[in-house]
Design a binder for this molecule. Structure first.
Ligand SMILES: C[S@@+](CC[C@H](N)C(=O)[O-])C[C@H]1O[C@@H](n2cnc3c(N)ncnc32)[C@H](O)[C@@H]1O
Length: 394
């Protein structure tokens, strides 16, 4: 493909991503996979170039653009080489008309700016959209960190995180034998810290209430050395069914899974009433802390979705409170930097559920925000997370 034809393809890919974001369709990654599957003529270099162009546009504009061309024309306004490719050549984009619509605005949508925790000031915004590094977690059920580090001399040890290593961006870990053996998992430093904040130990009863496909459950299994009870629960059958094969690879077959009925979660968790040493709530949220991985989620989020999420988060906290045993702990986390999903949830819970007190544990990163800790890409080099540990008094 010519460079101009790649620009036109990026415009068409963006059109599909914009419609999917507006209509709550598939993620940008899924849209791109289907787009390229239908265009076998695009070689691997073409695909990479088209994707890079589309993702540059997604990162550049916080508000959802009218269409792909408006986004790419606006990008061309800051890049002369790109602008020169709007040359009307065969398969390329037609020349730019100075009066045609252009995407505008900042990298962060205006309406969400007031929602951030006060700790996230405007100078932190660019880091929210920078490419994320590759963090891995050593699975102690298979190997110890020193063994893995010996195989990757380029890996940096992650300060404040016992089993974390950071590899250079672009490193392909999935093809390494150490990955295939189950000795490592790809997991952001912030996610690893949430699991560490739980301080799960062998022999405990631990419930991961929003386990999804089990990213944090597997970290908890490693901390528990495969001993005790670890229950992974979620309302999504699709996500939860991804866990058992991952658990086999990680030698963590002791994990139990429970599919919950939305709105009737306690019916399936009845036997765990006041029985858990730890309940982790990795709650559904806006994902505003993970824009660097999924930048197009800025184009999906709407005020009414956020309101629904906030209500659900508070409900999950109240459910979890009933499952923690006296003396046990509840860990609440969201990959969000909005105060309404993080600090306000933890503080609100402490006000309404008597008998809990904040307990920050030994986390050696982030900044104190209300009863918990806020991690941000700019300050901590991790995805953005809020996490709070709440101790149930005896
Ligand atoms: C942030 S994701 C969890 C990610 C997962 N813990 C991990 O580390 O990969 C939030 C999860 O909450 C689940 N969820 C949403 N509502 C729920 C509910 N009422 N009860 C339990 N899980 C719920 C979603 O299906 C989703 O998998």
């Amino acid at each position: 493909m010519t460079p101009a034809a790649r620009v036109q393809s990026a415009i068409e890919l963006l059109d599909e991503i914009i419609v999917a974001a507006r209509d709550k369709g598939g993620s940008a990654d899924r849209v791109a996979a289907a787009f390229f599957a239908a265009r076998r003529y695009a070689g691997s270099k073409d695909r990479r170039a088209i994707r890079d162009l589309a993702w540059r546009a997604i990162r550049a504009f916080g508000e959802r653009p009218e269409n792909g061309r408006a986004a790419m024309v606006a990008l061309a306004g800051t890049d002369q080489e790109l602008a020169a490719l709007f040359d009307g050549s065969a398969y390329g984009p037609k020349a730019i008309d100075p009066s045609e619509p252009k995407a505008s605005g900042d990298i962060v949508p205006e309406w969400v700016k007031p929602l951030f925790s006060e700790l996230v000031t405007g100078d932190e915004f660019p880091a929210l959209l920078e490419r994320a590094p590759l963090d891995i977690r050593v699975n102690r059920l298979v190997a110890c960190p020193a063994q893995v580090q010996a195989q990757f001399p380029e890996a940096q040890q992650m300060e404040g995180c016992t089993d974390g290593l950071r590899l250079p961006t672009g490193f392909s870990i999935e093809t390494e034998p150490v990955y295939q053996s189950g000795a490592v998992e790809v997991q952001d430093f912030g996610s690893q810290l949430i699991a560490e904040l739980c301080e799960a130990k062998p022999g405990m009863t631990v419930l991961d209430l929003c386990a999804g496909a089990g990213g944090k459950t597997l970290a908890l299994a490693s901390h528990m050395a495969g001993e005790g009870r670890l229950i992974a629960a979620d309302t999504s059958r699709d996500r939860l069914t991804q866990l058992p094969p991952r658990a086999v690879r990680a030698k963590a077959e002791f994990i139990e899974t429970r599919l919950l009925n939305p709105g009737k979660e306690l019916a399936t968790l009845d036997d765990l009433s006041e029985a858990c040493d730890i309940v982790l709530i990795d709650a559904p949220c806006s994902g505003s802390g993970t824009w660097r991985r999924n930048p197009e989620t800025r184009w999906r989020l709407e005020q009414r979705d956020l309101q629904r999420l906030v209500t659900e988060q508070a409900r999950l906290l109240d459910i979890a409170a009933q499952l923690v045993k006296p003396g046990g702990r509840l860990v609440y986390a969201v990959c969000s930097l909005f105060a309404c999903e993080g600090r306000d949830q933890a503080d609100g819970f402490l006000e309404r559920a008597k008998g809990f007190e904040p307990d920050l544990g030994l986390v050696r990163a982030g900044r104190r925000d209300g009863a918990g800790i806020l991690l941000t890409p700019a300050h901590d080099g991790s995805d953005g997370f809020y996490m709070a540990r709440l101790h149930k008094l005896c």
